[in-house]
Design a protein around this ligand. Structure first.
Ligand code: MN
Length: 231
């Protein structure tokens, strides 16, 4: 096999405590999966789940103990943080039953669904796709993935985000409208899930802007923290 130019490199994420890396296939995201955030965005929270995608190469993987460097993206004057639990899919499938969904999970990580909110809002007004608001370069910072067997406390975990040391977001994961098995069941009814898929599971209330120079620190009980500086 020969190509007219070099094929793109495999996008991958670090795995906590392992030298092997997690090769990324697709990045799925759930929109508005916490009631208080749904309400702050003007919805009731009772709607069926909304899914969107980011390109795999929008991933900004951050090593354990490191600080990711995110360039302030073009075109926006309102870059928002959304801290989210990220599910890393290890075994694919379609029409996965929620009762067996966790068998498809490789592990969990903390991620940031970075959003050009002004552009997303403009697209919403026009009933147009959100790609320009959600799918830009470096739009998906991600910390190391903790394998499922070492993340058993995830059900009782809290997710949080601070900016320059001031807390902006904090919520128990139990406040999700659609839990992880339900998300996997819904997603796999619409697409064939593949090993390497990442699922950003939605953000709690408290989203807001970041500026150049800001340090975002995201955490989730039992998982590796994620630090990203905007420049
Ligand atoms: Mn989000």
């Amino acid at each position: 096999m020969s190509y007219v130019f070099a094929p793109p490199p495999v996008v991958s994420a670090p795995i906590a405590g392992a030298a092997e890396r997690f090769p990324v296939h697709r990045i799925y995201c759930v929109g508005s999966n916490y009631l208080a955030h749904a309400q702050e965005m003007g919805r009731s929270g009772r709607e069926p789940p909304v899914f969107f995608l980011k390109p795999a190469d929008a991933l900004l993987p951050v090593e354990a103990g490191g600080t990711g460097a995110m360039r302030y993206p073009s075109l926006t004057h309102n870059l928002h943080h959304e801290v989210e639990l990220v599910v890393a899919v290890g075994a694919g499938g379609c029409d996965i039953d929620s009762a067996r969904a966790l068998e498809h999970v490789f592990g969990y990580a903390v991620g940031l669904d970075m959003t050009r909110r002004d552009l997303q809002s403009e697209m919403k007004k026009r009933s147009a796709p959100w790609c320009i608001g959600k799918g830009f370069d470096q739009a998906a910072p991600l910390g190391p993935i903790t394998p499922r067997a070492r993340a058993e406390a995830i059900g009782a975990a809290e997710i949080a985000l601070s900016v320059n040391g001031a807390e902006r977001q904090r919520s128990p994961l139990s406040q999700m409208i659609w839990n992880v098995p339900e998300i996997i069941a819904h997603l796999s009814a619409a697409w064939t899930l593949c090993p390497g898929d990442l699922i950003f599971t939605g953000t709690p209330a408290g989203v807001g802007p970041v500026a150049r120079g800001d340090l975002m620190e995201a955490s989730c009980t039992g998982l590796e923290p994620l630090r990203v500086r905007v420049s």
